[in-house]
Design a protein around this ligand. Structure first.
Ligand SMILES: C[S@@+](CC[C@H](N)C(=O)[O-])C[C@H]1O[C@@H](n2cnc3c(N)ncnc32)[C@H](O)[C@@H]1O
Length: 207
């Protein structure tokens, strides 16, 4: 999301989804985490208020300058000195090898230009036994998926580089992650025609 205009639109529009139930999905995404977490593509920091108190440190990586500024404000407001917001990308995460108990992504693997490189980088950053938490919109099966394929010919140009038809579970498995839990859902539940409504939330471990 290098596009500042799109970043500003995302910042304005995101609050509505939170009220429609996305806040609860963020709590589900982060439930049970402890220790040191690296959140990649933190956006304007909408996950921050949902980290459990057992998380003692979050390094929140955000490449887009406007959103990074908003995330910095959210971190100061929500989390005292637990969350540090920093520049970086999924392909170059500013964290040492094996330094994180968990890596968190939400709405990010749809946008990175090279998901395999990102997943290799997350593997580098995770300690042995660490986990990847993900909440992503994904390609659906059947006709719905074919429609997503069609729409994706223009979608990234209008949506900050986001692809609406990525099969993220398959990408995780191909990249050598074992998906330990997954829950498919439609969000918002009433948005049956939206190309970004089919989603998956879960956890995976490098193997
Ligand atoms: C749809 S927003 C989601 C933001 C936030 N994770 C959330 O759940 O609200 C996508 C985010 O991914 C970030 N992003 C895009 N490409 C990225 C990359 N290569 N590395 C890290 N973050 C990236 C964007 O800057 C943006 O903040």
């Amino acid at each position: 999301m290098a596009n500042t205009l799109f970043a500003r639109f995302f910042d304005l529009a995101a609050g509505r989804a939170e009220k429609r139930g996305q806040a609860a999905l963020r709590r589900e995404l982060l439930a049970g985490l402890t220790g040191r977490v690296v959140e990649v593509g933190a956006g304007n920091g909408l996950n921050f208020r949902h980290y459990p108190p057992q998380v003692r440190e979050v390094v929140a990586v955000e490449p887009q300058p406007f959103l990074r500024g908003r995330a910095g404000t959210a971190a100061a407001r929500e989390a005292g000195d637990v969350i540090r917001v920093t520049d970086g990308t999924a392909e170059h995460v500013p964290a040492a090898d094996a330094s994180a108990d968990a890596v968190v992504v939400s709405g990010v693997l749809c946008s990175v230009s090279d998901p395999d490189a990102a997943l290799a980088e997350f593997r580098r950053v995770l300690r042995p036994g660490g986990e990847l938490r993900f909440y992503e919109h994904v390609r659906a099966d059947g006709g719905y998926g074919r429609r997503q394929d069609l729409v994706d010919r223009v979608w990234p140009r209008l949506n900050g580089g986001c692809h609406c038809n990525r099969d993220t579970l398959a990408t995780l498995e191909r990249a050598g992650y074992r998906v330990e839990s997954r829950r498919r859902l439609v969000f918002p539940a009433t948005a049956l025609l939206s190309v970004v409504a089919p989603r998956v939330i879960g956890r995976a471990v490098p193997c």
